[in-house]
Design a protein around this ligand. Structure first.
Ligand code: FAQ
Length: 329
């Protein structure tokens, strides 16, 4: 059995992780080593449950909040074709949030509790969505490079150990691949467009590359708190630095071949095949993920507004006996 007692008290979780039955723990780790998937009703250490839940929940929040910067551009998309693609993409992101909340619920925390923790600021979500989307070029950069980063992460983690998360990620990756194509198409259109369009996309790239995208894969492996444990349990399949390197390897050449520049004078591929780059300010990263970024307050305010104003719809859906709904009476 698992229930809210598991997740409502972190101290209890850590304590129970310390007193796991050694035989059960050994069998669990052997299953992971054999590449088996862990399913919701299987025995798992409390710390595994807490870590997987933390990661899926943060990911779900990122999808929901991640819909906001792009969502604000639906009404201002430059053409009908771009508008239709953006509407579909934003809708997909919210759908990913639903898939991920459902996967997280299998670990014993209710969706309501997760939303409450998001709205109260207790839970984290991806750093990148706390930066503003100032122009249409920002939407091209998000669609191309944030989605590219998400795919690097999700393709790796889809091969991980927790069944419901892996299955959700597989489906999400199909849709993200389409998002990446639409983002790249918009990015190339601007990069090969008029001088003003090119200037606009270069400006957006400068703002998004450094630091938001360089922060996106998390802190350096030497200071990452959870990587060692999560990789041992095959929840995370690549370290933060491995993902950042993979991202640069795949996408820096695509940016350079369009004649655009990246705002990092140190950026270069070394002889050993790895990328050298300037370390972004990690103090800024921790400030942003802990609530003090350029748009954190605005993002949560929009979600709180949606939560309040959508309450009557949720209540009506959950209560089939209500015949007449007068929302603002
Ligand atoms: N943002 O010990 P580590 C998307 C936190 S989806 C915020 O290295 P870990 C789709 C971390 O939680 C994007 N916080 O952590 C889309 C921890 O804090 P805690 C989201 C971050 O877990 C596209 C602390 O720093 N993807 O973009 C970040 O081993 C376009 C120490 O760090 C996922 O969530 C960050 N970037 O590795 C939507 C994927 N990085 O909890 C719309 C699943 C680290 O101890 C439009 N998650 N932190 O207080 C993961 O793969 C991992 O959680 C990492 C971080 C790699 C993000």
């Amino acid at each position: 059995m698992y229930g809210n007692a598991y997740i409502e008290n972190d101290t209890k979780l850590v304590q129970s992780a310390q007193v796991e039955d050694p035989e059960k723990l050994a069998e669990f780790e052997a299953r992971i080593a054999r590449g088996e998937k862990i399913e919701p009703d299987d025995w798992m250490p409390a710390e595994y449950r807490r870590q997987v839940l933390r990661m899926i929940e943060q990911h779900a929040h990122s999808e929901i909040i991640g819909a906001l910067p792009e969502g604000t551009w639906i009404t201002r998309a430059p053409t009908l074709k771009r508008k239709l693609a953006l509407i579909a993409k934003v809708q997909d992101e919210v759908g990913h949030g639903h898939l991920l909340y459902a996967a997280a619920e299998t670990l014993g925390k209710s969706r309501e509790a997760m939303i409450n923790d998001l709205l109260s600021g207790k839970s984290k979500y991806s750093n990148v969505f706390n930066y503003p989307a100032k122009t249409w070029a920002d939407i091209a950069v998000i669609g191309f490079l944030v989605d590219a980063g998400a795919i690097v992460n999700q393709l790796a983690n889809a091969k991980g150990s927790y069944g419901p998360y892996c299955r959700a990620l597989e489906r999400i990756c199909y849709e993200e691949s389409f998002h990446l194509k639409q983002g790249y198409d918009a990015f190339v259109a601007l990069a090969t467009g008029t001088p003003m369009q090119r200037e606009m996309v270069q400006d957006a790239l400068n703002r998004w590359w450094f630091p938001p995208l360089m922060h996106f894969f998390g802190p350096p492996d030497t200071i990452s708190v959870h990587t060692e444990k999560l990789m041992r349990w095959k929840v995370k399949m690549m370290s933060n630095e491995e993902m950042r390197q993979d991202f640069m390897e795949q996408y820096v050449p695509k940016i350079w071949e369009l004649g655009l520049t990246l705002p990092d004078p140190k950026l270069k591929k070394k002889e050993d095949g790895s990328w050298e780059y300037t370390q972004p300010d990690w103090d800024e990263f921790f400030r942003v993920i802990n609530g003090d970024g350029p748009c954190n307050k605005e993002r949560l305010a929009v979600r709180r507004y949606a939560e309040e104003n959508g309450r009557w719809v949720r209540e009506a859906l959950m209560n089939p006996t209500i015949k007449h709904i007068v929302p603002y009476a």
